[in-house]
Ligand binder design. Structure first.
Ligand code: MTE
Length: 445
């Protein structure tokens, strides 16, 4: 069924059965990508605690069989376009995926407690029935995206992500501030601690963000239960997760069970020993558990840094570059953090001596034009101006120049004029790698 945005539309529409979404100015958005979810567990997952989870065999497993940490081949991810199907959406699981049967999904319960006047217990059924629903596209990125390049310079403690630890979906849920405001935070409250149901060697997965961010509608922090119009998949937090636009994926807690309002940052093990950029001189030996470096909140990562990658040409791809007046179109993605838009993407064919400007396509803006049915159905939502998603870039390069070049580099800049650096900033967890992205040009023999 086509869903149409019109001037009369004043509230969100359920897009789960939408074949197409029409924006307020009459343009038609493509339908959310059709998922071809395999209905059966892959052989490799049988005999693991995740045997109840169906997965796609195209995903590249980065930490052996279990736990499941995986990314799609970059060319496959890129072929998906702006929205990623759930089965090719990158996965970062610290442990076993909690099993929740479809018939129990609506009974899933989470609590809101701590420094509040009115502690709450909310089932998913209640969340859907009593709160305003919203749908908008968000790009999630693991803080370890592109760590492989960093590990090649010097081994960090983290496993080697390629450049596909990033994916985008249309998330549906409730803005977290609506829930937290109902609990009435008390004076002096500063943080929201979020905890998942997954039990890990060092306790449950949990982390925190600032309460002021949660209460700011411009940040769009959401409690989501649908991805591209479908119930969340087990790997992505079925039945309920946090989604924090513009911040590293590590803050977007899956299988959400608890929101606790506090005046101190979280002391959860995973908040302290994960998702940090310690100063570069701190080696694995110095950074032993218990060392003072870990508890300095200044080193905790929140906003993403500007980052970009080249999808065409792919690493190892042999290009057929024909002589003549033709052009080769190089392409890739770029994203920024904290809602800041990427304002320029530059490509170099001479190792960074000179740069040329690429064209940028902001697909997210097309979704904003349907803001009466997506973004809260309210035109007064200021965060329509912020950027929550990746953008795509292209550059036409004369074939002659392409065939003479040794390699191709890309870098981007955000609206705060923050540009990707030339060099690696190495840190012990190997996170936030965003140095210029390089692909060696290889010609067909
Ligand atoms: N939430 C829980 N409960 N357990 C986890 O292991 N991993 C985090 C975050 N939320 C994690 C979690 C990390 S590090 C990332 S990058 C994102 O989930 C990944 O989300 P995805 O697997 O849906 O892509």
């Amino acid at each position: 069924m086509p869903v149409k945005c019109s001037n009369e539309t004043t509230q969100c529409t359920d897009i789960s059965s939408a074949s197409t979404i029409e924006t307020c100015d009459g343009a038609v958005l493509p339908p959310p990508p059709q998922s071809n979810a395999p209905s059966e567990t892959l052989e490799i997952d049988r005999g693991t605690p995740d045997a109840h989870v169906s997965r796609d065999s195209r995903m590249i497993r980065l930490t052996g069989v279990h736990p499941f940490n995986a990314e799609a081949p970059l060319t496959e991810l890129f072929r998906e376009g702006f929205l990623t199907t759930p089965e090719l959406f990158f996965v970062r699981n610290h442990g076993v995926v909690p099993e929740v049967h479809d018939e129990n999904v609506l009974d899933w319960e989470f609590t809101v407690d701590g420094m509040v006047e009115t502690p709450l217990k909310i089932t998913l059924q209640k969340l859907v029935a009593e709160y305003e629903q919203q749908t908008y596209p968000v790009t999630l990125v693991c803080a370890g995206n592109r760590r492989k390049e960093q590990n090649m310079v010097r081994k960090s403690k983290g496993f080697s992500w390629g450049p596909a630890g990033v994916s985008t979906a249309l998330f549906t849920g409730v803005v977290m501030s609506d829930v937290v405001r109902r609990a009435k935070p008390r004076k002096g409250a500063k943080f929201v601690y979020m905890e998942g149901a997954d039990k890990l060697p060092n306790g449950h997965y949990g982390t925190c963000v600032k309460l002021s961010w949660v209460l700011d509608p411009n940040r769009g922090i959401m409690l989501a239960y649908k991805m591209n119009g479908e119930m969340l998949r087990p790997d992505h937090g079925k039945p309920l997760r946090v989604v924090i636009p513009g911040q590293i994926g590590g803050r977007s807690v899956k299988w959400l069970k608890k929101l606790t309002i506090t005046d101190q940052p979280s002391d959860n093990w995973y908040h302290i020993y994960d998702n940090r950029v310690l100063p570069t001189m701190i080696s694995p030996e110095v950074a032993a558990e218990g060392s003072k470096w870990w508890t300095d909140e200044r080193y905790a990562i929140h906003d993403l840094s500007p980052n970009s990658a080249i999808a065409s040409p792919a690493h190892g791809e042999r290009l057929r570059l024909l002589e003549g007046g033709d052009v080769y179109t190089a392409r890739g993605y770029a994203y920024g953090g904290g809602g800041r838009r990427i304002t320029r993407v530059e490509v170099s064919l001479d190792q960074g001596r000179t740069w040329r400007l690429a064209r940028i396509q902001y697909v997210e803006d097309e979704y904003r034009k349907a803001d009466r049915i997506l973004y809260g159905g309210k035109l007064d939502f200021q965060w329509r101006d912020t950027s929550f998603c990746w953008c795509f870039w292209t550059l036409d390069i004369p074939v002659q120049e392409m065939s003479e070049a040794k390699d191709i580099l890309v870098r981007c800049m955000d609206e705060g004029m923050c540009v990707q650096p030339r060099d690696v900033y190495w840190s012990v967890l190997g996170m936030m790698h965003n140095a210029w992205f390089r692909v060696a040009i290889m010609r067909e023999a």
